[in-house]
Design a protein around this ligand. Structure first.
Ligand code: S3P
Length: 445
């Protein structure tokens, strides 16, 4: 089940300023959701700009195994013919989600509302990640795990509900994956399914459910949360989806341009949903020159072209409340913090421990191996920026694409090159990363 039996090391070094236009691939969160909702809708959905990374391709394979017709009609262009809400058929083989927590957890939710049994599995990284956070709410809806590894981990056999029950569920963490799994399971239930979150997480599922014809309300809950209510058993109708560029992928060239002297990059069509832009807000507070031009909206999702120029950065304090809007961006923010002058304190990073790797530990190791001073205090990370980074280290990526890309970005500006043990997992979220970075002047070998 390991996707990459042959590790492929990669080294990044200094090579002058980064200049030009760089189009990053489609958003991973939206790509997964477009395939899943397309598969649950009646009729045909045309998706353009789909991220053709391994994570999303695995979700597409799962949708085909569950009965949808999925066809690639051009580069990034896919047509999905769905089975209708509750209409998944029992898959003949195990659904293998590879490295992807999002694909696995969202599809578990969608399957939980259908009267079928399916087996879920993934690679060594995904097998370590917590799935009980999905098994708990789907059990309330009426689904039942027939088998699971220790601690509710993969491989899992899930029997979906014959008569799904609408529930009111308060998520135990600010997690869009938990919220989305409950909403997708609730599609097949009669009546109203409600999810309450005490801190708002990314709302792509809500926006796309409406786009496919579901009735859903989203109201403020407390100071920072949301109460989302979905009317069950909607007639989802096939829809056109244009996937904007992924801000979590744009984060890598963005930080690279800030720290490599003389750089000036344009990143076109990047999604700027406010529940995803915590990194941009933080970098601006640090002194980053990031301009947002040509702002527009498509299918409820805002986007803009970003122009970013090399900037002198200073340390800041990043509040815990901002974490949900930049949860995947802390490793590369830590790199920016290492090149800043002064201390950056990042608070409330508990959820980082359960990503593709223990990202808190992996980020700390990545920085220390390259001569950066930092501490971890409880769930906070404190990076002491010196304006420059010695580099010269070998970074263990732990099957984590974002650790690999963050380390390589550090290498573009460090005094000595930075090497990663395995760059293969970059293909899960950002296929073409190395070639795109080279096309604007980066040195990768
Ligand atoms: C995602 C939600 C986040 C994020 C992941 C994608 C999504 O996970 O880290 O990369 O598409 O819903 P959590 O919901 O577990 O925080």
């Amino acid at each position: 089940m390991t996707a990459h039996p042959n590790p492929s090391p990669m080294t990044a070094g200094r090579n002058g300023p980064l200049k030009g236009r760089l189009r990053v691939p489609g958003d991973k969160s939206i790509s997964h959701r477009a395939l899943i909702l397309g598969a649950l809708a009646v009729g045909s959905s045309r998706i353009s700009g789909l991220l053709e990374g391994e994570d999303v391709i695995n979700t597409g394979k799962a949708m085909a195994a569950l009965g949808a017709r999925i066809e690639r009609v051009g580069e990034g262009s896919w047509e999905v013919n769905g089975v209708g809400v509750g209409g998944f058929r029992e898959p003949a083989a195990t659904l293998d989600f590879g490295n992807s927590g999002t694909g696995c957890r969202l599809v578990m939710g969608a399957v939980a509302g259908c009267p079928i049994t399916a087996q879920f599995d993934g690679d060594a990284s995904l097998r370590k990640r917590p799935m009980q956070r999905i098994l708990d709410p789907v059990a309330m809806i009426g689904a039942r795990p027939l088998a699971a590894a220790d601690g509710g981990r993969l491989p899992i056999t899930l029997q979906g509900a014959r008569d799904p029950i609408p529930i009111v569920y308060r998520t135990p963490a600010a997690s869009a994956q938990i919220k989305s799994a409950v909403l997708l399971a609730g599609l097949a239930a009669p009546g109203e399914t409600t999810v309450i979150e005490s801190e708002a997480s990314r709302d792509h599922t809500e926006l796309m459910l409406r786009h496919f014809g579901a009735t859903l309300t989203s109201e403020p809950e407390g100071a920072h949360g949301r109460r989302i209510t979905l009317k069950g058993q909607p007639e989802l109708a096939g829809a056109a989806v244009t996937v904007p560029a992924d801000p979590s992928s744009a984060a890598f060239p963005l930080v690279a341009a800030l720290i490599v002297p003389g750089s000036d990059l344009i990143l076109p069509g990047v999604m700027t949903n406010p529940l995803r832009t915590g990194l941009i807000a933080t970098l601006r507070e640090m002194g980053a020159q990031i301009e947002s031009v040509e702002e527009r909206t498509d299918a409820g999702e805002p986007m803009a072209d970003l122009r970013v120029r090399a900037s002198a950065l200073r340390g800041v304090e990043v509040p815990a409340l901002r974490a949900p809007s930049m949860i995947d961006e802390y490793p590369v923010l830590a790199v920016a913090a290492a090149f800043a002058e002064g201390t950056t304190v990042m608070r409330g990073l508990k959820e980082l421990r359960v990503k593709e790797s223990d990202r808190l530990a992996a980020t700390a190791d990545m920085l220390r191996a390259n001569g950066v001073e930092l501490e971890i205090a409880g769930d906070d990370m404190i990076v002491h920026g010196k304006g420059t980074v010695p580099g010269g280290g070998l970074v263990a990526t732990h099957m984590d694409h974002r650790i690999a890309m963050s380390a390589l970005v550090m290498g573009f500006a460090a005094q000595r090159p930075v090497r990663v043990d395995d760059a293969a997992f970059i293909a899960t979220s950002f296929p073409g990363f190395a070639d795109l970075m080279r096309s604007v002047g980066a040195a990768l070998s």
